[in-house]
Write a new protein. Sequence first.
Length: 289
Amino acid sequence: MKPEKVWQDEIIFFLDWYPFLFSVVDEIFTTVTPTTITPTTMNQNIDLIDYHFDLNGFAVLKNAVDIEHLKELNNAFDNFPKDLAQGQWWGNVQRLDNNGVAGLELQNIVEGGVPFEKLIDHPSWINRLQKYCGEENTYVEGLFIDECFASVRRTGGFFPMHSGGQDGIVRNQFRVVNGRFRCAQVNILLALTDVGPGDGGTMVIPGSHKANFEHPDILAKTHGEEKGFRAGSVEVHLKVGDALMFVDAVMHGASERTNPGERRVVSRPLKSPLESREVGDWDVERYMG
Ligand SMILES: O=C(O)CCC(=O)C(=O)O
Ligand SMILES: [Fe+2]
């Protein structure tokens, strides 16, 4: 143990030097602070659609496709073979109903003719998709078509609710990093018929792409689960030619169609190159080079 006198000497020494030490530290801060800390500005290169897409996980692109092109697409739907069985091929298109009750789905519809091909890089959405999920301004920049299908839903058909941000899965994630969108998959669902009340419209839960917890209705298995209704969901109504654009992470599905007739849509998920997936058994050679 140090004698008391030594402690006193050390304390006196410290008190003598303390103002000097403080002034040196103070000097460092006053000289360094103004030159190294500059205010950062947020990347504000967004418009109202981007804003809603970020906030809600979806946005509607009104009148995305013109009337002539819509006629071509509807003619193509009229000419789909009526007797195609589940799993059967029609050229490079395959019937593969992903969810029985949801109705007929023709997968890889990009091979269904020019009207469908023209939808790939359609000017109404291609730049947005590049911005949201195209890994823009990086060395892996680009887009990849995931399953793309024509869907025909008749009376009684619906699509159960699925997805949501809570699982944090990479395949369908929603992210914004340093002011840039870095989503994995964004879907375009183009209406070829009006989709109003009773038509089996797509249901979305706004903001659920950022959910941290599973929707309580799923856990509770409440009545209506199969029909796609969940507390907080909204049904998106579209006019022919409108496109619903949504990040796959947002919780979504479709209500039961109660009206007669059919709902026709083309669904075209585009995603970042690192998140590719195929539905169906494609002739890969066709897409090389
Ligand atoms: O049919 C709809 O409106 C939604 C379909 C869907 O969510 C899907 O195909 O994954
Ligand atoms: Fe889906």
